[in-house]
Design a protein around this ligand. Structure first.
Ligand code: GN1
Ligand code: MG
Length: 359
């Protein structure tokens, strides 16, 4: 079926009083498909198709999203608002077994693919930590929709499996980063160890805090987190490190010119100030002590996942050409090296900001 007709058919099955007029495609996601739905009445919606190959428990993804947004709404915190179908379900399964969900589009909002000002980084820090602070009292259980999502040992296991099965040519092309991954394994397990030893606690985390998943108003003030697909249990370090991985990278995630890659310390400082301001009463000294290294760890884990997918012949992420995942791995691992060069400064800034903004 033609896409426009298909989207109109899906949209009509949700509880809205508006009439489908057209659509636009959001291009930034690596997994799911997301569309802006335009209506005759000029009220817009966001319609999302969940990739059921990646999200085997897609129904539970919706369950988690509904639970968390209801929790936030009840507290008067601005968040996404999901719309039920005419059959009173928050998801719809189409004839091809794809799962769809619909939410209201927040008007006068914007997202950024790149940060271009300190204040945007500061706002991003405030809002990612506010999400953590406002969900820290959430008591119901969220379903682990993608088990071991940010577990480094799990990601290394998957990498090892891919390495054992990959073609000679892909292995050869990726050799430099295969060696890099293996050489850094022990050091990059630091968050896994801290979790296992209960030095840092598990709580609700967003798990995909890249800058494009933060909604801003037209005055560049952060409104709320979007893309709640991976909301699960995790530690604050996942969200802190993942956000900085994209905010401070001076290039795009798949930029091939690695000499252009740098870690922007000003954005790091602004983000960290905002983050610790919102999380002030909700973070222990021990948790704070793992924030600096989490920036390397989260950047590394993305590099490892892109590399693994490259070795697996690109079965997970959407790719535009056959080297795309290798280029992404190249970018992320190069960024890890850049972060490393500034690690001392990162450590002391987090420490002093924690001392001044948290008790
Ligand atoms: C994926 O689909 P998207 O772009 O929201 C991935 C994240 C990665 C991100 C890298 C479910 O997110 O973990 O950080 O790509 N999501 C899943 O840009 O694997
Ligand atoms: Mg996502």
């Amino acid at each position: 079926m033609e896409l426009k007709k298909k989207l109109a058919t899906i949209f009509q099955q949700f509880q809205t009083e508006h009439t489908f007029k057209g659509f636009e495609t959001f291009n930034s996601g690596h997994i799911n498909d997301t569309f802006l739905i335009l209506t005759q009445e000029e009220v817009n919606y966001v319609l999302q198709r969940i990739n059921t190959t990646v999200f085997k428990k897609a129904i539970d993804v919706i369950h988690n999203k509904i639970k968390i947004t209801q929790h936030l709404s009840k507290k008067g915190i601005q968040t996404i608002h999901f719309i039920p179908t005419k059959e009173n379900s928050y998801s719809l399964i189409d004839n091809d077994n794809h799962l769809w969900n619909l939410s209201e589009f927040i008007e006068n909002s914007q997202t950024f693919l790149k940060v271009n000002a300190n204040d945007i980084a500061y706002q991003a820090g405030l809002i990612t930590a506010e999400f953590l602070a406002q969900t820290s009292d959430f008591e119901n259980d969220l379903v682990e929709t993608l088990p071991n999502f940010h577990s480094m040992s799990f990601r290394f296991q998957e990498f090892q499996n891919a390495l054992n099965a990959t073609s000679k040519i892909r292995k050869q092309k990726a050799q430099k980063w295969i060696d890099f991954a293996l050489a850094n394994k022990k050091e990059m397990m630091v968050l896994d160890r801290a979790i296992n030893q209960k030095e840092i606690r598990l709580r609700v985390t967003h798990n995909d805090t890249k800058i494009s998943n933060i909604l801003f108003d037209t005055n560049n003030k952060a409104i709320c987190m979007i893309d709640l697909d991976t909301v699960m249990k995790g530690c604050i370090h996942f969200d802190y490190g993942d956000a900085l991985r994209t905010i401070c990278n001076t290039t795009d995630e798949d930029e091939v010119n690695v000499s252009a890659i740098n870690f922007n310390l000003n954005y790091f400082k602004n983000y960290t100030e905002g983050f610790l301001k919102s999380l002030a009463n909700n973070i222990s000294k021990q948790e704070a002590s793992y924030l600096p290294i989490s920036i390397q760890v989260m950047t590394f884990i993305m590099g490892l996942r892109f590399l693994t997918d490259y070795l697996n012949n690109d079965v997970y992420y959407k790719t535009k050409h056959s080297n795309h995942n290798l280029e992404r791995a190249n970018n992320q691992f190069s960024l890890v090296q850049k972060i490393r060069e500034q690690q001392h400064e990162i450590n002391s800034f987090v420490k002093s900001t924690y001392m001044s903004s948290c008790h």
